[in-house]
Design a binder for this molecule. Structure first.
Ligand code: C2O
Ligand code: CU
Length: 466
């Protein structure tokens, strides 16, 4: 099929001249010391995010790269990371979507003190669920994630599904200046906080302006899509292919066709796809991002080999066996989201003080609230007994979408084919109720994963008793 050159100029405010394509999309995997921890350091580095080779972007990355190394473990196995902070500001690592022991959840100020520059911290935990997860800082994440601190965490099934290639596709948008530097002046921008968050002008897949995945005709792929954007809701389209969804936010679903060949992912969300590569030898096929304009984000490049003979369809992944909520006996909790640009809200409480929204913005840089309270409060939104089912009715009383993320647990909605999720994308004015069994003791964040919204007040927490 015909490939259109990336219409990057529609995305990029200032155009960079077209140059050599960067090739290769495969991410390096971390290596563990024999029997010991994986060494992982957050530190400055560079990335080539523009198509011009003379405009490297100074980034912060795990091991100085973006994305960071892929961390892999077997289901039920252990991840042991000896983390060193080589940055100029304190940081932590949060293991997004892992039903983790609370002390390892990496939330600065809630589950641990942030790791100061130059210091180390050991993260060591069991991974109960097979699937696609990721890791990122949970301290000033609106800045640290935007600078490139994230990587994939893959938990392998006990029985490996039958596919020919297993590929990770990490999508991130970057807000860059013409010379390739990160646009720093807009970090903490109130405008971003009150609107859609920090949206980039460049889309990179696996840290590349136009990633290429080498495939063979007839091959069967597992594609692990991860949206690490600060705030952008991505819609990735697989033109000319017929993907099937295998898992959502790391949790398997019965294989089902991807509607309109398009996968929509809010920030933090993941989708695992199965794709049979039906293009001819020598062909190319595009992955396009179509949420705003049409942008070629990555390409499949077919080798010259004869097509592989026909084989079985999509594998069914074994369920991770999450506990079923007991909806009839659920503890009911309301969470009303207010604030933001064009919102209808008078007073918001911050640290015990009730303020008008203008004052709240001026004094504290906050613009959003959960149940009338901005920022992570001293007291939890709710406390649950261990094993209790909780129903959280979330009311989006704002003019903006939000990506609501719960730590330490997956949840689902009531309808019978609702997937398990850890991050739920809610449209403006929507009300959705999610259910989960609060079986993981500790203090858990609940926040919008649009990182400027989180920083602007959309954060709370809940407690599960031991
Ligand atoms: Cu992926 Cu609280 O974050
Ligand atoms: Cu939000």
């Amino acid at each position: 099929m015909h490939i259109i050159r990336p219409t990057r100029r529609q995305f990029l405010a200032a155009s960079a001249s077209a140059a050599a394509l960067s090739v290769g999309g495969i991410l390096p995997v971390s290596a563990a010391l024999a029997g010991g921890p994986i060494l992982l350091e957050a530190r400055p580095g560079t990335a080539n995010l523009l198509e011009t080779s003379d405009a490297d972007t100074p980034i912060w990355g795990y091991d100085g790269r973006v994305p960071g190394p892929v961390l892999r473990a077997r289901q039920g196995g252990e991840i042991w990371v000896r983390f060193r902070n080589g940055l100029s500001q304190p940081t932590t690592i949060h293991w997004h979507g892992i039903r983790i022991a609370n002390a390892m959840d990496g939330v600065a100020g809630l589950t641990q003190d942030p790791v100061p520059p130059g210091e180390t911290f050991d993260y060591r935990f069991t991974v109960p669920d097979a699937g696609t997860f990721w890791y990122h800082p949970h301290n000033r994440s609106w800045e640290q994630v935007a600078r490139g601190l994230y990587g994939a965490l893959i938990v392998e099934e006990r029985d490996a599904p039958d596919v020919d290639q297993d590929l990770i596709v990490i999508a991130d948008d970057w807000r860059l200046e013409e010379d390739g530097k990160i646009h720093e002046a807009s970090f903490g921008s109130i405008r971003d906080r009150a609107h859609a968050g920090r949206l980039g002008n460049i889309l990179a897949i696996n840290g590349k302006p136009l990633a290429e995945f080498k495939v063979r005709s007839g091959e069967r792929l597992r594609l692990r899509l991860i949206n690490t954007c600060n705030a952008r809701v991505l819609t990735l389209r697989f033109e000319g292919l017929k993907p099937q969804v295998l898992a959502i936010d790391g949790q398997p679903v019965p294989p089902r066709p991807l509607k309109n060949e398009m996968a929509t992912l809010g920030p933090g969300q993941r989708v695992d796809l199965f794709i049979r590569m039906t293009g001819a030898p020598g062909a190319t096929q595009a992955i396009t991002e179509v949420s705003q304009s049409r942008l070629v984000a990555a390409r499949f490049v077919y080798g010259p080999e004869e097509p592989l003979p026909g084989k079985a369809g999509a594998p069914t992944l074994a369920s991770n066996g999450l506990p079923e909520p007991d909806m009839a006996s659920a503890k009911e909790v309301d969470l009303v989201m207010t604030g933001g640009a064009m919102g209808q809200v008078d007073q918001i409480v911050y640290k015990g003080e009730s303020l008008g929204i203008r004052e709240l913005v001026r004094k504290h840089g906050l613009v959003w609230a959960f149940n009338g309270v901005a920022g992570r409060p001293e007291t939890p939104l709710f406390t649950a007994r261990k094993g209790q089912t909780v129903a959280v009715r979330m009311v989006n009383d704002t003019r903006w979408p939000h990506a609501m993320h719960f730590h330490g647990h997956h949840f689902r909605e009531a309808h019978s084919d609702a997937p398990w999720r850890d991050t739920l994308l809610m449209e403006a004015s929507e009300t959705r109720t999610v259910y989960f069994v609060a079986d993981n003791p500790g203090k858990w964040m609940l926040h919008c994963h649009m990182l400027e919204h989180q920083a602007g007040g959309m954060a709370t927490w809940f407690e599960v008793e031991a």
